[in-house]
Design a protein around this ligand. Structure first.
Ligand SMILES: NC(=O)c1ccc[n+]([C@@H]2O[C@H](COP(=O)([O-])OP(=O)(O)OC[C@H]3O[C@@H](n4cnc5c(N)ncnc54)[C@H](OP(=O)(O)O)[C@@H]3O)[C@@H](O)[C@H]2O)c1
Length: 205
């Protein structure tokens, strides 16, 4: 059975993006702080076609995502804000299904990434991603509104949060809009490094 994951970097006060998300600030203002732990990792650099970088536990955690993910689902805002920075060879190297209300032709990029635009909802996007994943995980990559819908529908098996020691004060919260129902999670791994605390949970159904 395919494991459905969600894996996001989050500020200590719960934000996955800053304010004023747009072309000038893809992750909102101040979002660089959420991703600084990634930029010099050997696994991340390798995925970008570069050499060098730190080969540490943060790098192993990033490599695990690359190795285990066979397809990705994301929201149209994440796609729009990532389109330019990801360039011609996006780092996914896998089929990506973009939730949107705006039909668009599938884009085939270099390095194995395709972007298929799905207009008939979260279940359809997930089924298409599972079918394309080659038996590996499907990752619900973001943004917040997309992950929230899958969490609310009970469709995420594992949630990994890379909690970065920064307080945003404002921005886009991940764990909002989940309804009043109590949800239980089981901690399956905690890895603490100076750059981030990596918390991995199994989400009980
Ligand atoms: N910290 C992290 O690790 C991380 C990870 C990923 C993303 N992010 C950040 O998150 C931000 C984007 O998050 P977001 O919550 O604003 O937006 P989002 O979830 O990326 O996208 C929302 C959009 O997706 C489409 N959509 C969502 N659900 C749909 C459905 N059921 N049916 C049809 N279309 C649907 C809609 O687009 P249409 O208007 O086209 O219908 C909606 O406006 C960005 O700043 C990104 O950088 C952070």
């Amino acid at each position: 059975m395919t494991t459905v994951t969600a894996d996001l970097a989050m500020s200590l006060d719960g934000f996955v993006a800053g304010t004023d998300i747009g072309p000038d600030h893809p992750g909102g203002k101040g979002a660089d702080a959420l991703f600084q732990w990634i930029h010099n990792l050997a696994s991340w650099r390798e995925r970008q076609g570069m050499t060098g970088g730190e080969d540490n536990v943060d790098s192993e955690i990033m490599r695990e995502w690359f190795d285990s993910t066979g397809a990705v689902v994301m929201g149209r805002t994440m796609y729009d804000t990532g389109e330019v920075p990801w360039g011609d060879e996006p780092p996914f190297r896998a089929p990506v299904f973009v939730l949107t209300h705006r039909p668009r032709r599938t884009l085939v990029k270099q390095g194995g990434t395709t972007f298929t635009f799905v207009t008939d909802g979260i279940h359809s996007a997930l089924e298409q991603a599972k079918a394309a994943s080659g038996g590996r995980n499907v990752d619900i990559a973001g943004g917040a509104r997309t992950v929230q819908q899958y969490l609310r529908a009970g469709l995420i098996d594992e949630l990994q949060l890379h909690v970065v020691p920064v307080l945003f004060g404002a921005g886009l919260r991940l764990l909002d809009n989940l309804g009043a129902e109590q949800r239980r999670l089981e901690v399956i791994r905690v890895v603490d490094t100076p750059l981030a605390t990596h918390l991995k949970y199994r989400v009980h159904k």
